[in-house]
Ligand binder design. Structure first.
Ligand code: NAD
Length: 509
């Protein structure tokens, strides 16, 4: 819900609390931009901790009735929600493009990935079932069942305004929890539309709530004892902070961080296919993806050919505003400061002795937004900032490795561990890579090995803090706690002095 009253230049985003859309009482507001034009399109409240605490209380009030609602009824709401999101699919994709700047094709694909999370949640009645074993000792049965953990919260980044929130709340609420979402203050509008549709699907008041803001709102969620679990996706330093602060406050935390994804190109790779896949990985969504390829590891003598072909391919990409029906291959970055930060890496590269083989600052672009063309940096050496740090923009660094062993050892030293891919025709090389590369999501001739809803998003190293990942059955484990029940019924007249479970083998029959 977004509204504009007389005297306000742009619409103001509301808070969803207990089923009502309310005006924030904060005096701190932030601007939401259309990155294609640089225009302000909305204002978002930076909620105070007391406002957040009130919303947490509405989620707590809704919990008893919701957790008692049969899981099949909870899933039926998700079926309705899936239909509503599908019916409003194009509008959602347009909102994502407007507030984030992705091309409309990229926005549609990201909303589709989100819809699949709702579809996964529809299957939770089959997936949430516990285990049972009869006769674990004579006439004693044992079972486990899964309970919701309680009030949960999600904090999401700017780069996937619809998909990343959908990674979290459909599973959490279908498992019987209530939820508070704090979307990125840079892109709150897709969340607002998704929340309106969830209300329309018939979700009871207070089961799903939305607050907005920055560190103050996040800290309020982290320290509030009513919140039992936190899901976070964002940059590594904040992800670590969320994990440490949340766990110190007794919460279950899954916290996904930044990335530096390596793409290995073996000398036997199909170069035509590989160059297309590398460019799509590095420059798709303007490089603002935690699974974007950021370092090409050119093995053996493939380096020079690869750099030439990458520059040729990337220089033909159409870069521009993504509004309306614009036919472009790459849109703007999220904000002017971010654009300047990414451009700064091109100077850092030169300063470190690398070669800017293609300079995105010189690309022709259409539009007035935060635009930067694709860049290729050659002669990057392990240890340089371009090799170590997450750039989060359309910049691909090329590092040379003499053989696959050297490429694997370069990967071992990486601080991050989200994705890594190999391009090869050799099954042996692919197997070595799959087994030994130091990252949690592996692609073989696939540039962006981001798993779909049914598989966990298995980041390693500083790309993830916690034990149970987002997506797949791990997410159901995260949003539930197990209860074990052991049952024994006495038969009348039988001697019941012995405990059949604890008796020793030597002592009993
Ligand atoms: P960010 O860390 O700046 O912000 C993420 C969230 O944290 C936002 O909601 C923001 O309001 C909040 N936040 C910001 N500063 C905070 C602070 N000091 N204390 C508490 N909360 C704070 O990330 P971003 O720039 O919005 O998103 C880009 C980052 O997200 C990249 O590093 C990218 O790799 C990462 N990302 C990771 C994954 C993954 O699955 N590993 C997926 C998508 C994005």
């Amino acid at each position: 819900m977004v509204s504009k009253t007389a005297g306000q230049a742009v619409a103001r985003v509301k808070v969803l609390s207990g089923g009502s859309w309310i005006d924030s009482t904060t005096d701190r507001w932030s601007e939401v931009f259309n990155p294609s034009t640089g225009e302000v399109i909305a204002q978002v409240p930076l909620c105070s901790s007391s406002e957040v605490d009130r919303v947490v209380q509405t989620a707590a009030d809704a919990l008893p009735a919701w957790s008692e609602t049969p899981v099949v009824e909870r899933a039926q709401i998700m079926f309705r929600y899936r239909e509503l999101v599908q019916a409003n699919f194009e509008e959602l994709a347009q909102i994502v493009t407007r507030e984030h700047g992705k091309t409309i094709a990229e926005s549609r694909a990201s909303v589709q990935r989100g819809v699949e999370m709702i579809e996964f949640a529809c299957g939770i009645p089959s997936l949430i079932m516990g285990q049972c074993m009869e006769n674990i000792a004579r006439r004693v049965d044992c079972e486990t069942i899964r309970h919701p953990v309680g009030v949960c919260a999600g904090i999401t980044p700017f780069n996937f305004p619809a998909m990343v929130p959908l990674w979290m709340y459909p599973v959490a609420i279908t498992c019987g929890n209530t939820f508070i979402l704090k979307p990125s203050e840079k892109v709150p509008l897709a969340t607002i539309r998704l929340a309106e549709l969830l209300v329309e699907a018939g979700l009871p008041d207070g089961v799903f709530n939305v607050v907005h803001g920055d560190k103050e709102a996040v800290d309020a969620l982290l320290v509030n004892p009513t919140v039992k679990a936190i899901s976070f996706v964002g940059s590594t330093n904040i992800a670590r902070y969320i994990y440490e602060t949340g766990t110190k406050n007794g919460k279950r935390v899954q916290s996904a961080g930044g990335a530096k994804n390596h793409l290995i190109i073996m000398p036997d790779a199909d170069l035509d296919q590989s160059v297309g896949a590398l460019a799509a990985s590095a420059y798709g969504c303007a490089g603002e993806r935690c699974m974007a390829g950021s370092v090409a590891l050119a093995v053996g003598d493939v380096g020079d050919k690869l750099v030439d072909r990458l520059c040729e391919h990337a220089s033909k990409m159409r870069v521009g505003a993504t509004d309306g029906d614009a036919e472009v291959d790459m849109g703007p970055l999220i904000a002017r400061e971010h654009l300047e930060r990414v451009e700064g890496y091109l100077d850092i590269a030169k300063g470190e002795g690398a070669t800017v083989a293609l300079d995105g600052r010189k690309a022709e672009t259409t539009g007035d937004g935060f635009l930067l063309g694709p860049s290729v940096i050659d002669q990057v050496k392990p240890g340089m900032r371009l090799h170590k740090e997450e750039v989060f923009g359309p910049v691909l660094s090329v590092v040379r490795a003499k053989d696959i062993d050297e490429a694997l050892s370069i990967g071992k030293d990486c601080e991050y561990g989200n994705g890594a891919s190999i391009f090869t025709r050799s099954g042996w090389a692919a197997r070595e890579f799959k087994r030994h590369f130091n990252a949690g999501m592996i692609g073989i001739n696939v540039g962006v090995p981001a798993p779909m809803a049914w598989f966990p998003f298995t980041g390693w190293n500083n790309s993830f803090f916690g034990d149970l990942h987002i997506q797949g059955t791990e997410s159901i484990q995260f949003y539930t706690k197990q209860k074990m029940t052991m049952t024994r019924w006495f038969e009348s007249g039988q001697d019941s002095h012995h405990d059949p479970v604890w008796k020793t083998r030597a002592g009993g029959k």
